[in-house]
Design a protein around this ligand. Structure first.
Ligand SMILES: Cc1ncc(COP(=O)(O)O)c(C=O)c1O
Length: 390
């Protein structure tokens, strides 16, 4: 193993949201933080070196993204997702969440209906009412060991909706939507003239045996109605650098989207974000491959442990993302009690399922992108806390 993911790194007092906001969020400063979606692994050295090298130049004035940045994005999409992207299709955004909000502003009007698929990453749903649009919940359907899309409901909802915000791979249920599912979504959206914002930020965190399929790559017709968000931030632990790309092949859509960003003067971006992203895409692959194996082993560890020791707890094994979606409903606790017990009895800082909208009650999300020793400790605390209940 070339990279040491077992290393425990002290992140306290680095203004790390996940660590230094624990008191504010959990009212307890020493919970094991397994909430915010970043990783407790060091950002790859090749990326840090590129940032340090640039930082050593003494002037941090205005910059632009050079040709190397765009070439790196294009080469990554081609090699990893079999997706040909042209330079002019790439629009910089200072994060995927901002991009979702820009898209809502660019492509819809106040009061328009926008479909999301909860339980889902909260900022996806929040963008809709935050920008004065109407939220339509196409709630995912729980199957035995997976989540599925309610296509009958989607078809009905699409009739008078303007946009669908797709999350693929899906956070928190961990699905990598397969070709058949994506084609059914596409068919419905094409038929009813619904634009698709495809949040693919977790596309490079897909577990062995699964594959990420870029929604826009299904066909030229689908490409024409799709806005795709992508970033190296989750994959390479760069979220603090606020750098992402939105890829839009339809020129009219691209122009509307770019106009929102330009009017807000948000297109400049972050000097170090560009440097780090380029280095990640060009040199980060060996690190990413080892990361995927480590995450997959953490997932297996959790699954095996829970099956053997906490039988009433149900874990949805993620196909992509480093999030584990846990169903606590057999313990019969209301959400408030569950949250309180998790914090005060187990000392664990997970995300309450209720944050993810309809379908989240009775669930919690656990972030396993941390050293194995942390996952082991957390699982032990979880078992201990739950042992007296079931
Ligand atoms: C599905 C999804 N989209 C977007 C984000 C955040 O994107 P950004 O930090 O680029 O705004 C996250 C972070 O957890 C996420 O899970």
């Amino acid at each position: 193993m070339k990279y040491n993911f077992d290393q425990v790194i002290d992140r306290t007092n680095t203004s790390a949201l996940k660590y230094d906001r624990r008191q504010a969020v959990f009212e307890k400063s020493d919970v094991i933080p397994m909430w915010v979606a970043d990783m407790d692994f060091e950002t790859p050295e090749v990326i840090r070196n590129a940032v340090i090298q640039r930082a050593n130049h003494p002037i941090y004035g205005y910059t632009f993204r050079d040709a190397g940045y765009f070439e790196a994005v294009m080469a990554w999409m081609q090699s990893h997702h079999d997706w040909t992207v042209r330079r002019e299709e790439i629009v910089f955004t200072p994060g995927v969440v901002p991009a979702i909000n820009f898209a809502v502003l660019a492509f819809t009007k106040p009061g328009d209906k926008i479909i999301v698929q909860p339980p889902v990453y909260p900022p996806i749903s929040h963008a809709v009412p935050d920008q004065g649009r109407e939220l339509v919940n196409n709630q995912l359907v729980q199957a035995e060991n997976t989540y599925l899309i309610d296509f009958t409901l989607l078809e009905e909802q699409a009739k008078d909706a303007k946009m669908l915000i797709l999350c693929n791979p899906h956070n928190p249920v961990g699905r990598c939507w397969n070709r058949e599912e994506l084609e059914r979504i596409a068919q419905i959206c094409l038929k009813h003239n619904v634009l698709v914002f495809s949040d693919e930020i977790h596309a490079d965190l897909v577990m062995p045996g699964y594959r990420h399929l870029v929604f826009a790559s299904l066909s030229p017709e689908v490409d024409n109605i799709t806005v795709t968000a992508h970033a190296p931030s989750k994959t390479f632990n760069l979220a603090g650098l606020s750098t992402s790309s939105v890829i839009i092949s339809n020129p009219a859509l691209r122009e509307s989207f770019a106009q929102v960003i330009n009017h807000m003067h948000l297109g400049m971006g972050n000097l170090f974000g560009s440097v780090a992203s380029t280095a990640a895409y060009v040199h980060g692959e060996p690190w990413r491959l080892q990361l995927i194996d480590y995450l997959d082993e953490n997932i297996t560890l959790a699954e095996t442990y829970i099956k053997a020791n906490i039988t009433a707890l149900h874990m949805y094994r993620p196909e992509g993302t480093y999030m584990i979606w846990l169903d606590f409903r057999k313990f019969g606790l209301d959400d408030k009690t569950l949250k309180s017990k998790m914090i005060h009895e187990a000392g664990l800082g997970f995300n309450p399922g209720t944050d993810f909208g309809p379908g989240g009650s009775g669930f919690m999300r656990m972030n396993i992108a941390c050293p194995r020793s942390t996952v082991t400790t957390a699982l032990g605390r979880l078992r201990e806390m739950l042992s007296g209940i079931s």
